[in-house]
Write a protein that binds this ligand. Structure first.
Ligand code: PCA
Length: 207
């Protein structure tokens, strides 16, 4: 039985890479924490919800840590809430662009994270890495997958704690931008994700 599921996303929005995929790749190649399973989700509203659902139901992990890119952010953004709304600013990688649509018809308006979000922010900051507690994961794929994960755990009575962290862009992604925004080095994000995992582990997750 897996204790930990960690997901990232494939690139989207014209970028060649996604920092969340790079962090997950590095976790896999550096020796994953014991019992950890990693997966890369497609930026595809028709595919991603089914994939996260299957992973959660198959693995029933203690913790599901989902990672995604938030271009323009300067800090790791620990997401407190997922809302029942798709309002895509740009089409997904399959060309779909739902506007003002619920993710789950008649589902609750929102779910709070079931992970210790404040302790996670404090732990990332204590590691010397900028982090924020965020009240909105947006209304695109990251929020969608977060909402679906929390909905599956609530309705299928899984004790899995779910947490979403948005990561800044990588320096290389901004080097082609005529008006570059904030970026963060991969090693820094990677260390921040480890601090987040440690924080989740140190508050008892199962039971
Ligand atoms: N970021 C997007 C979707 C995939 C990703 O990495 C988001 O913030 O919704």
């Amino acid at each position: 039985m897996a204790t930990l599921l960690i997901t990232g996303f494939e690139p989207f929005g014209g970028f060649a890479v996604n920092p969340s995929q790079e962090v997950v790749k590095r976790l896999s190649s550096n020796g994953k924490p014991a019992g950890a399973v990693t997966a890369i989700l497609p930026v595809d509203a028709a595919q991603a919800p089914g994939m996260i659902t299957d992973l959660l139901l198959d693995l029933q992990p203690d913790l599901c840590l989902m990672l995604g890119q938030a271009n323009g952010y300067a800090a790791l953004s620990v997401e407190r809430v997922a809302i029942n709304l798709c309002d895509f600013r740009i089409p997904d990688n399959a060309g779909m662009q739902p506007i003002d649509e619920p993710i789950v018809q008649d589902g609750p308006a929102a779910y709070f994270s079931t992970a210790p979000v404040r302790a996670v922010v404090d732990a990332i900051r204590a590691a010397g890495i900028p982090a924020n507690l965020s009240l909105s994961a947006g209304a695109y794929l990251c929020n969608m997958v977060y909402y679906v994960a929390l909905h599956v755990c609530a309705t299928r009575r899984l004790s899995t704690r779910c947490l979403f962290i948005h990561l800044p862009s990588l320096p290389a992604q901004s080097s082609v931008d005529p008006r570059p925004g904030p970026t963060m080095a991969l090693e820094t994000m990677y260390a921040g994700v480890h601090a987040a995992l440690d924080a989740c582990r140190s508050v008892r997750l199962s039971g």
